[in-house]
Design a protein around this ligand. Structure first.
Ligand code: ARG
Length: 468
């Protein structure tokens, strides 16, 4: 049997392999809500423009509502023979309301339909991801405030570099997440134009009102070029690109959690809620959730790569290749959404070992820069000379196997006679972080102010109900 939606000139049905490669219902069924919303807007516009009768439009809307409730209640039978969501909905509509269903497709095509549905879907996805990212920022900022004074080692090259505060470290991710949200919000602005009414590719001869359908669906305006409207998927690419960058941030904090919780490092502990045991080694507490967040990044970046490759070299306008835009993208969006929630959960769950952090912060002569800065400030030494003097003092301390603040003053004075006992004030890790008061620096008072400002901003955003 040929397809009743488009099979007028077909005598035979598809080969089984043709059906298998052509079918998209398993994926695009997830667009049902958007598909029905767009069809309702289209039908109302057709009636308002006198293209179909008001009574047909009413029946179409009623039928579409019934279909929506059937799908939501899991009572809808999706048919693979009908290929995709658009034809499944239309076919069911004709069962429900008869011939009027056939008028719904006036002045549109599946090409503008799928572009519209997927724009709406990606828009909803952006809003959900944005809300999840705001939740992550909230968790990070709360823990940052709690740990504004908690001293930990700061690293470069994964070598102990200078003492920082744990709160400051967490706030770094709040900033990254803010930029991630900015990228999603930029993508949302550009995608929020309606392809509906571009029809197959050239527009239509019917007197449609694309501004009306755009408005009804919450788009800012109709897309200005019908060829562009049905043929680009840059809105998916852009959102996947934003997702990829955000995933890289999530992967980095995930990796830090893996490092911090390793017994070799022991800076942080995760509870039973976010770890798992080993089936053979009873002592193990594995940070599986963090490892999986790290791994999900592959899926997200993979979905961006896959779609870039699908789209490159496609001539205008719609090509069936583009049907492959949805599966990977949906998988990528699902992966990042879960990863955000998992990281937020771990950020709330983790408990830093403050004593171990403080001890580790002082290891490896982490306050050497503070000594050099003291020589510059107090003895007016040029920084390069101070660096050299400090290096020699560190060498002596290291030979004796003691920390800088435990090195006898006379040993320091052997290198630089003008050093006084006042230097001891700057050599503790607490003094070190406290002194880093430059804007954006790690001093506890900076961290407290930044964390509070973020919490206030997030609360305001929550109240206004919108981040944009
Ligand atoms: N299932 C198709 C897709 O996702 C819908 C558009 C089909 N258009 C067409 N002319 N065959 O891309």
């Amino acid at each position: 049997m040929s397809n009743k939606m488009w099979g007028g000139r077909f005598e035979d049905g598809p080969d089984a392999i043709m059906e298998e490669i052509n079918v998209s219902i398993d994926v695009d069924r997830h667009l049902y809500a958007q598909d029905i919303a767009a069809s309702k807007a289209h039908a109302a516009m057709l009636a308002a423009q006198g293209i179909i009768t008001a009574s047909d439009a009413k029946n179409i809307a009623k039928g579409l509502d019934t279909i929506l409730s059937e799908i939501v209640a899991d009572k809808f039978t999706f048919k693979r023979a009908l290929e995709d969501i658009h034809m499944n909905v239309e076919s069911r509509l004709s069962e429900l309301i008869g011939p009027a269903a056939g008028r719904l497709h006036t002045a549109r095509s599946r090409n503008d339909q799928v572009a519209t549905d997927f724009r709406l879907f990606v828009r909803d996805t952006i809003d959900a991801i944005d809300a999840a990212l705001a939740g992550l920022q909230q968790a990070l900022a709360e823990r940052a405030l709690e740990h504004a004074d908690t001293v930990m080692p700061g690293f470069t090259h994964l070598q102990t570099a200078q003492p920082v505060t744990f709160g400051h470290h967490l706030l770094a991710y709040v900033e990254m997440t803010a930029r991630d949200r900015g990228r999603f919000s930029d993508a949302r602005k550009r995608l929020n134009e309606s392809p509906l009414g571009a029809a197959a590719l050239a527009g239509t001869s019917f007197p449609i009102d694309r501004h009306a359908t755009a408005k009804a669906l919450g788009f800012d305006r109709p897309m200005a070029n019908s060829l562009d409207a049905v043929s680009d998927r840059d809105f998916v690419l852009e959102t996947l690109a934003a997702s990829s960058i955000a995933s890289v941030h999530l992967s980095r904090i995930a990796e830090e959690i893996v490092i911090w919780t390793s017994p070799l490092v022991g800076l942080v502990r995760l509870s039973d809620k976010f770890t798992s045991g080993s089936s053979i080694m009873p002592q193990k507490r594995n940070p599986d959730a963090a490892e999986l967040v790290r791994a999900k990044t592959g899926r997200v970046i993979g979905s961006l790569n896959a779609l870039l490759i699908v789209m490159k070299g496609l001539p205008l306008t719609y090509q069936k290749d583009m049907q492959e835009d949805k599966e990977g993208a949906m998988e990528g969006f699902a992966a990042i959404s879960l990863a955000i929630r998992a990281i937020a959960g771990m950020v709330r769950d983790l408990v830093p070992d403050e004593a171990r952090m403080k001890l580790a912060a002082g290891e490896g002569y982490a306050t050497a820069t503070d000594l050099a800065d003291w020589l510059v400030r107090t003895l007016k030494m040029p920084f390069r000379d101070a660096h050299h003097v400090t290096g020699r003092i560190v060498g002596i301390a290291s030979k004796q196997g003691v920390a800088l603040h435990d090195l006898p003053l006379k040993d320091m004075q052997a290198v630089e006679p003008k050093i006084t006992a006042a230097v001891l004030d700057v050599l503790s890790v607490e003094a070190s972080v406290k002194s880093r008061v430059s804007y954006g620096g790690t001093a506890p008072k900076n961290v407290r102010a930044q964390a509070k400002a973020w919490l206030k901003r997030l609360e305001k955003e929550q109240k206004s109900g919108r981040s944009r």
